[in-house]
Design a protein around this ligand. Sequence first.
Ligand code: GAR
Length: 206
Amino acid sequence: MAVFVSGRGSNLQALIEGIAEHGIPAEIALVVSNKPEALALERAERHGIPTAVFSPADFADQDAFADALLKRLYETEIDLICLAGFTLILPYRLLAAFPQRIINIHPSLLPAFGGKGMYGMHVHRAVLASGAKYSGATVHIVTEEIDGGPIICQEVVPVEDDDTPETLAQRVLEVEHRLYPRALQLMVEDALEINGLRTRIKQRAD
Ligand code: GAR
């Protein structure tokens, strides 16, 4: 699998640790960042994971960017992509090349507080401004609709009266770190049945 990052990489770290601790049959073979300065790249290197920087600004157009990225993913024999704080909207070619094989973590209870411009601290500010009493985290399958694909799993987090965007973000992040390895496990064990926007754990015969 590949993990796509843009920043701090705490979810990348949670995936690395989750794979080891829970014996998830997955190998992070590549970490891709669109930003060369992302702290996540250092984390990957510390764990001996190959990294690559792909920034659209370095390519003539979106197609050239997508082609170069796809070439690297195919060379590395990637068959699952986890977005972990990746701030770019994926080119259509990439989505088409990995149908139902790209997952994303989002710091709210989707479909609330998702969509274009809703990432990181923007999400937590919007939650507080709305007066919502609960927020949470969601892992979902990535489709053409931003933050709109089938939901794999979610966990609820209460909003406290004295929360700031930062304190809420921290409480949600703790949940993200246990939710993402769980979602990864469901994906690699092919445990999910997907029906429209709904997913459920497959009933096994044994
Ligand atoms: C996480 O909170 C993740 O849910 C969010 O960015 C943060 C990345 O932190 N992603 C989005 O908002 C996607 N729309 P990290 O780099 O420490 O994993």
